[in-house]
Design a protein around this ligand. Structure first.
Ligand code: TYM
Length: 354
């Protein structure tokens, strides 16, 4: 059975400050994956228009995410780092996917429901179609693996549904042109043009929670800055936020089972484990039986050690926007070549004259 060549793709929106959730759920995994994979990392600026059209600081935000990628350790020469709007093939494939995806599928997207809120009539059409553009981001490179936080899981399932329907609906066109590849879907061998993307959500912190409420996701939009650690926070801010983080009065358990029903403790242990590249089990072997008065200072030290160099490098890079723009232009040019190859094949499969 032929398989798709493994290719990693992921994206981050240039909206608001990056926080520890983005770093542990996504960017830190991006860095680790480049060791053994071909990777494409994208600043998804067109997605940023879906919730709010006008952004006074769009360019700065795009550069800041790019700076975070580079400062965290992504190599833009070995891999590809670019911004979505410089590769128009994403939008072109998204249109085709808008015609593949069914309205019933889109209506099930919980993130649309959350983001649109009560006044759904006032949400943009782009917000509704957002997951279709996200599927196009990935599939325009026929990427196979997508590192993301847990909140993107449903969107990746939709990307699989879109890929599957395209493969099935155009099956008669794919097979004779030989453009597809044999893959296994469950037990079934299928001749497919698009791969079934695999989400990479594992690790000890797939969903980093608010420091103020362990039942709420850490998010850019939380009105309280104390709820999150921003990648641009300095040492004092990191230390203050962890000291003030909500906890319960008990000591840490010695086993992971003991974290059940203790969302704040679970969150802080998960953050520690992810920052130290250890498992939660391993962290609890060290800290089980200890009070938060012991654990929190250790977490502060660790967080500062990991984040301070990234923070400093981001600031340094942000002083040279010309360099960042050159990285994005170079990455975009390389991405366009790959995306255009896919689009030519998609145009042929569909039967567009070119
Ligand atoms: P975005 O920009 O909201 O978030 C970027 C990445 O950070 C992860 N993340 C978290 N992980 C753990 N805990 C948290 N509290 C947390 N908050 C955010 C997100 O899961 C994400 O991986 N739709 C995407 C961007 C996107 C994309 C793509 C991703 C567009 N096209 C194609 C992958 C592939 C988004 O809004 O992420």
């Amino acid at each position: 059975m032929t398989e798709f060549k493994p290719l990693v793709f992921s994206g981050v929106q240039p909206t608001g400050n990056l926080h520890l959730g983005n770093y542990l759920g996504a960017i830190r995994k991006f860095v680790a994956l480049q060791e053994n994979n071909d990777c494409i990392y994208c600043v998804v600026d067109m997605h940023a228009l879906t919730a709010q059209l006008v952004h006074e600081d769009m360019a700065t935000q795009i550069r800041s995410i790019t700076a975070a990628f580079l400062a965290a350790g992504i190599d833009p020469e070995k891999h590809i780092v670019f911004n979505q709007s410089q590769v128009p093939q994403h939008a072109e494939l998204a249109w085709i996917f808008n015609c593949v995806a069914r309205i019933g599928w889109m209506n099930r997207m919980t993130q649309f429901k959350d983001k649109a809120g009560k006044d759904r009539e006032q949400a943009s059409l782009g917000l509704y179609a957002y997951p279709s553009l996200m599927a196009a981001d990935i599939l325009v490179y026929r990427a196979t693996h997508v590192p993301v936080g847990d909140d993107q899981k449903q969107h990746l399932e939709l990307a699989r549904d879109i890929a599957m329907k395209f493969n099935m609906d155009f099956h008669d066109k794919i097979v004779p042109t030989g453009l597809g590849i044999d893959i296994k879907v469950g037990e079934e061998p299928v001749h497919a043009y698009f791969p079934m993307v695999e989400p990479l959500i594992d690790g000890p912190a797939p969903r980093v929670m608010s420091l103020k409420d362990g039942t709420k996701k850490m998010s850019k939009s939380d009105p309280s800055d104390l709820s999150r650690i921003n990648l641009m926070d300095d040492q004092d801010a990191i230390s203050k936020k962890i000291r003030k983080a909500k906890t319960d009065p008990d000591a840490l358990p010695s086993e992971v089972d003991g974290l059940k029903g203790r969302p704040e403790a679970d969150n802080l242990v998960g953050i520690f484990a992810a920052l130290a590249d250890r498992s939660k089990e391993d962290v609890l072997i060290e800290f089980g039986g200890q009070q938060f008065s012991v654990f929190k200072p250790a977490l502060i030290d660790l967080a500062v050690n990991v984040l301070a160099p990234i923070n400093a490098e981001m600031r340094r890079l942000m002083e040279d926007p010309g360099h960042i723009d050159a990285v994005l232009r170079d990455g975009s040019a390389r991405a366009r070549v790959r995306a255009e190859k896919t689009m030519n094949e998609v145009r042929d499969i569909i039967g567009f004259v070119r």
